[in-house]
Design a protein around this ligand. Structure first.
Ligand code: NAP
Ligand code: G3P
Length: 483
């Protein structure tokens, strides 16, 4: 468990059923993006500790897989209860570690408990199927097939910084319910929150060794984890660059990748402007735009562009800016490096003659919400994912041109279409290359039981509770050859 070293807490890793310091003797300082101070240290685990963790997971998984779904569910429901019991403490950790507003951090913890409970119920109702041989032409075959789902073995769950609890549990819960062991590698900035989440799972009594929490920089320990022969499936959420790298390292095992996005909001000339403005504001700027499913470009019909830009300007200038402790919408970005990157996109657009509607102000890693109009295809911000509060407005002359621009992106996570004519909206939605298209609403992953996927550079495979249970298990067919 955590141990206090002077005034700073140095957290243990959870390895093969034990909370302990790494034999590497190395720890990683976790900096708060808004306190600009170290808020704790986590272990940099060694390759040997990874080996031990994976070995222990395989050993414990045999016993775990023999438990019934309802027996497994007891542990997970207890985990959900522990998370809710410690909601404030965990939420405070999320806020300090990734700079997310306290209210949003608390919502993330509760959302995660709901996700875990729903995963238990979903698994309990996945009954498999039976098949009769004579259902196929060629005469009655006295065969009866029984199709069940069985675990894959040990799942490697790698999560990003921006939802350090929810996106981690969205992997761990289905992996465990499907009967697997788990190796959990949290984002470095998100590790303390991940540790608190796993402390709750440990208190729920999960069998020792079944899950390990291997903290450490992805750039140092990531490849070793991904290439490890003891890993039977990888569920990754993070940037497209990392995802592409990881897909080249992993060999012949199932892989689910949830990656970056450049979600467009397509605003048709008959859009309900109140709905469009509210959805775009919330979709583009909540948590400073640090959401994979954030609206990251607006493709607006030129007939209504001026009205939309004026209304967005007024709303952007009302956004609360400051500390996550005050539940500001615009908070300091995760790192100075991220802020530099976002600023570079703004600078590039302005150099190439974009119109600055509002924003382009910066205080260290706090980027003020920035609206850029008349963005053209030669500007990086039209195509690159900022992961920050900058919104490019691209004017189009028709629905067809909007679809063409939407699909020109390498990304295909989600898109929003705003029109008061549902047939027209469906027509546009049908043509957009994305995992999900929202009609008259903001782009978002939730609710968590919906399928969630990205196409093209936005991912591979499908998450969402049911699909995650399926991707973290396999079919086993037993055929009875009857007399
Ligand atoms: P990231 O830099 O790609 O890191 C994601 C995770 O991968 C972290 O745990 C990271 O560890 C780890 N990692 C880094 N290098 C690795 C390697 N070589 N092998 C294995 N793991 C490695 O992404 P992020 O900055 O945390 O999150 C922001 C990005 O994630 C954005 O692009 C966003 O769009 C995307 N995202 C997508 C979704 C979705 O559901 N589609 C959801 C959230 C975020 P370290 O932290 O130690 O580097
Ligand atoms: O970037 C994290 C992604 O999962 C966003 O979730 O529900 O805010 O769209 P949500």
């Amino acid at each position: 468990m955590a141990s206090n070293v002077s005034e700073l807490t140095t957290y243990d890793a959870y390895l093969a059923g034990e909370w302990k310091k790494s034999s590497s003797g190395e720890t990683i300082a976790i900096q708060s993006p808004y306190l600009h101070d170290t808020i704790g240290r986590v272990q940099a685990v060694t390759q040997d500790e990874v080996d031990q963790a994976i070995k222990a997971a395989h050993k414990a998984q045999k016993e775990w897989a023999s438990l019934s779904l309802s027996e497994r569910g007891v542990f997970l429901n207890r985990w959900a209860d522990e998370l809710v019991k410690n909601e404030q403490d965990i939420a405070r950790s999320v806020m300090k570690e990734v700079g997310k507003g306290f209210k949003d951090s608390r919502k993330e913890v509760v959302r995660t408990a709901d996700l875990i409970r729903y995963t238990v119920q979903e698994a309990l109702h996945m009954h498999g199927e039976s098949l009769r041989g004579d259902g196929f032409p060629g005469g009655p075959q006295k065969k009866l097939g029984i199709v069940e789902r069985v675990p894959l073995g040990v799942v490697l769950a790698i999560s990003p910084f921006n939802y350090p609890i929810n996106l981690a549990a969205s992997k761990i819960a289905p992996a465990l319910m499907a009967g697997n062991g788990v190796i959990f590698k949290p984002a470095t900035q998100g590790s303390i929150s991940g540790i608190k989440m796993i402390e709750a799972l440990d208190r729920a009594g999960l069998p020792k060794g079944l899950l390990s929490l291997t903290t450490g920089r992805g750039s140092v320990i990531g490849d070793y984890l991904v290439e490890h022969k003891g890993i039977d499936m990888i569920s990754f959420t993070g940037g497209s660059k990392t995802g592409r790298h990881l897909s080249k390292q992993s060999v012949m095992i199932p892989l689910v990748l949830e990656l970056g996005g450049k979600d467009p909001a397509i605003v048709c000339d008959d859009a309900d402007m109140d709905v469009a403005v509210k959805s775009i504001m919330n979709g583009a700027f909540s948590y400073s735009g640090q959401r994979c499913t954030a609206i990251k470009r607006v493709l607006v019909n030129e007939k209504v562009a001026d009205e939309l830009v004026n209304r967005l300007k007024a709303e952007v200038e009302k956004l609360t800016i400051g500390s996550p402790e005050d539940d500001s919408t615009i908070v300091p970005l995760i790192s100075d490096k991220s802020a530099d990157f976002v600023q570079s996109l703004i600078d590039d657009a302005l150099t190439k003659k974009a119109t600055l509607v509002t924003g382009n102000k910066r205080e260290r890693n706090l980027i003020y919400p920035t609206l850029l109009d008349h963005v053209t295809e030669d500007m990086d911000v039209a195509w690159i994912e900022p992961f920050g509060p900058v919104l490019p407005i691209i004017r189009v002359s028709s629905d067809e041109q909007a679809v063409e621009m939407a699909n020109k992106s390498e990304y295909g996570l989600q898109a929003s279409v705003f029109s008061q004519d549902i047939d027209r909206a469906l027509e546009v939605a049908k043509e957009v290359e994305a995992g999900t298209v929202q009609i008259n609403g903001r782009t978002e992953r939730g609710p968590d039981h919906f399928p969630f996927l990205g196409v093209k550079a936005s991912g591979m495979g499908v998450q969402g509770i049911h699909n995650s249970l399926v991707s973290m298990s396999r079919q086993r067919v037993t055929v009875m050859n009857l007399k």
